[in-house]
Design a protein around this ligand. Structure first.
Ligand SMILES: O=C(O)CCC(=O)C(=O)O
Length: 292
């Protein structure tokens, strides 16, 4: 396995950091988020998984052990559990962390807007044929092609638990027409099998930033019983345009309870609720599906 280049040494070299992202299509950064905050969110999500009966009885629930047949994003059983996760204030707060924002501001060289729509992933073991397939984010995110994705492991993710892998410099191939596929997102792109994927063992607090056209995919979870938990965020510079769909909660297409007024009910007085109202200059474009 080829490992990610770590870019922490460029954090004090803004032009070097931007060049690395331009050249390689990603930045892998260690220990950016406070571990306690990441682990606290993992704890809250696993509490919900335990209530749903997804965890092995008698196991230490923070380990995320499951003996259930795999459940995939959007399965009937997934949706009510995911609605509870989407209703956690901590789930939406993490993307507002000042360390990530400051890195994004260094990259964009202006104030940045964290997208309200936040995606959580619970990837089951023994489900690799329905794991996230190789894809570029732009068909899903649209708006400015300079928008960035930021993938965050919730807990340590050794390579056997999967995590995210990507193809270095693949953004240079431009936009690739996708085709239908199993797994989250439901779209994939053809990948030359001789290309070498890069990956890492992830620790709580690490982040992986990548460009809209960088090809990435779930790495296989080869354990027999460990859930992989992660979140993915999107950011863009304030002068860039965002597709208005990303102002809505993830899974809004399923209707209630994926509505902000429902999800934010318990924490509507916190600064996390509707923080985007504090961005008066936001540039949005109408949601348009341009690729079926
Ligand atoms: O975590 C996953 O399985 C998929 C994440 C992803 O594709 C993304 O962050 O764009």
């Amino acid at each position: 396995m080829k490992f990610f280049k770590e870019s922490n040494n460029l954090l004090k070299d803004p032009s070097g950091l931007r060049k690395r992202l331009r050249d390689d299509g990603y930045l892998f950064l260690r220990s950016i988020l406070p571990k306690e905050e990441v682990l606290n969110l993992r704890y809250q999500i696993l509490e919900i998984c335990e209530e749903a009966g997804w965890l092995r009885q008698g196991s230490n629930f923070i380990d995320g052990q499951t003996d259930r047949p795999p459940i995939t994003e959007r399965d009937d059983e997934y949706v009510p559990v995911y609605a509870k996760i989407q209703a956690l204030e901590a789930f939406h707060r993490l993307k507002l962390n000042k360390n990530i924002i400051s890195i994004m501001e260094t990259i964009f060289q202006e104030s940045v807007f964290p997208f309200p729509s936040t995606i959580g992933r619970i990837a089951f073991p023994r489900n690799n044929e329905r794991a996230t397939p190789p894809h570029q984010d732009w068909i899903f995110v649209r708006g400015s092609v300079d928008t960035l994705s930021c993938w965050v492991p919730l807990g340590d993710i050794p390579s056997e638990v999967g995590g995210l892998k990507l193809l270095e410099r693949s953004h240079k191939a431009g936009f690739l027409g996708p085709r239908p596929s199993a797994g989250p997102g439901g779209r994939t792109v053809n990948v030359d099998p001789s290309l070498e994927w890069v990956q890492s063992d992830y620790s709580s607090g690490d982040i992986l930033i990548f460009k809209m056209l960088t090809i990435h995919s779930a790495a296989p979870n080869t354990t027999k019983d460990l859930l992989r938990l992660s979140v993915d965020f999107r950011y863009t510079g304030e002068s860039h345009v965002i597709d208005e769909e990303w102002l809505l909660p993830h899974f809004y297409d399923l209707g209630e309870p994926f509505r902000w007024e429902i999800l934010e009910k318990e924490w509507c007085d916190s600064p996390t609720a509707h923080y985007w109202d504090r961005f008066p200059n936001l540039k949005t474009q109408k949601h348009e599906i341009f690729w079926e």
